[in-house]
Design a protein around this ligand. Structure first.
Ligand code: ADP
Ligand code: MG
Length: 243
């Protein structure tokens, strides 16, 4: 089943075309890593998937919902596509536990005891049971990002979107976040991940997409595209710059 289906999608901001004629399908269970230069449209593409941005033309269907349907409720789509941002965006006045309980309580309308049980399970899964009662300011960046992942998972989404989840972290804290993402991938979660972590793409992604200037320049197996001398010239130049 296709979880995401872009057909000839373009996106403009004013007169500037940021995504040009994107056609892309993501099937259930795929782990798609998107790489590309700064300003190439990676975040915009990801944000279109959960309707943080509107597409300008073409069709986009996510978890069976047509994004241009005027009756589509944004909450319906955000329940199915959990998002994790570069800057963790936790609620600063809520503890780790309360941050993770937020979705079940407000979005899924769970009871308080169910929300707490779900949140504790997820904090355990991201290795943060012992930090449940800490506020974001009392956590390291890597811990905050793991709470953010648990919070997104608590809504029980069908897919997860990650926009440079480790870019704001010191190198020694990136690993703990990537490990949580890898275990999610191994459990079969459908994931679309914008990242510069080429090693993660090689080891974990089932598919690699290279975006350049708002178009998909490459789409294929990470092992193949990341091998020396493979992929288009622009990809090879890009890889020389990030590695
Ligand atoms: P990336 O994530 O690959 O760095 P983005 O998707 O953030 O790229 O941005 C692609 C282009 O769209 C950039 O030129 C950026 O300046 C522009 N852009 C992004 N968001 C907006 C916006 N809300 N309004 C106007 N231009 C935007
Ligand atoms: Mg971006």
């Amino acid at each position: 089943m296709n979880m995401v289906e872009f057909q000839n999608v373009s996106k403009h901001f004013g007169k500037t075309e940021v995504l040009h004629d994107i056609s892309l399908q993501v099937e259930s269970g795929e782990v798609v890593v998107i790489i590309g230069p700064s300003g190439s449209g990676k975040s915009t593409l990801l944000r279109c998937i959960n309707k943080l941005e509107e597409i300008s033309s073409g069709t986009l269907v996510v978890a069976g919902m047509h994004m241009t349907d005027p009756h589509l409720n944004e909450c319906d789509i955000r329940r199915e596509a959990g998002m994790v941002f570069q800057q963790f965006h936790l609620f600063p006045h809520l503890t780790a536990l309360e941050n993770v309980m937020f979705g079940p309580l407000r979005v899924r309308h769970s009871s308080k005891s169910d929300a707490k049980r779900i949140a504790l399970e997820l904090l355990e899964r991201v290795g943060l049971s012992s930090r449940a009662d800490h506020y974001p300011a009392e956590l390291s960046g890597g811990q905050q990002q793991r709470v953010a992942i648990a919070r997104a998972l608590a809504i029980k989404p069908k897919m997860m979107l990650f926009d440079e989840p480790t870019s704001a972290l010191d190198p020694e804290l990136r690993h703990e976040v990537l490990q949580v993402m890898q275990s999610l991938a191994e459990e079969g979660m459908t994931m679309v991940i914008v990242t510069h972590e080429i090693g993660f793409a090689r080891d974990v992604a089932s598919r690699l997409i290279f975006i350049d200037g708002g178009t998909i320049a490459e789409d294929g197996s990470p092992q193949k595209l990341l091998s020396e001398g493979q992929g288009c010239e622009r990809l090879q130049t890009f890889l020389r710059h990030v590695s």
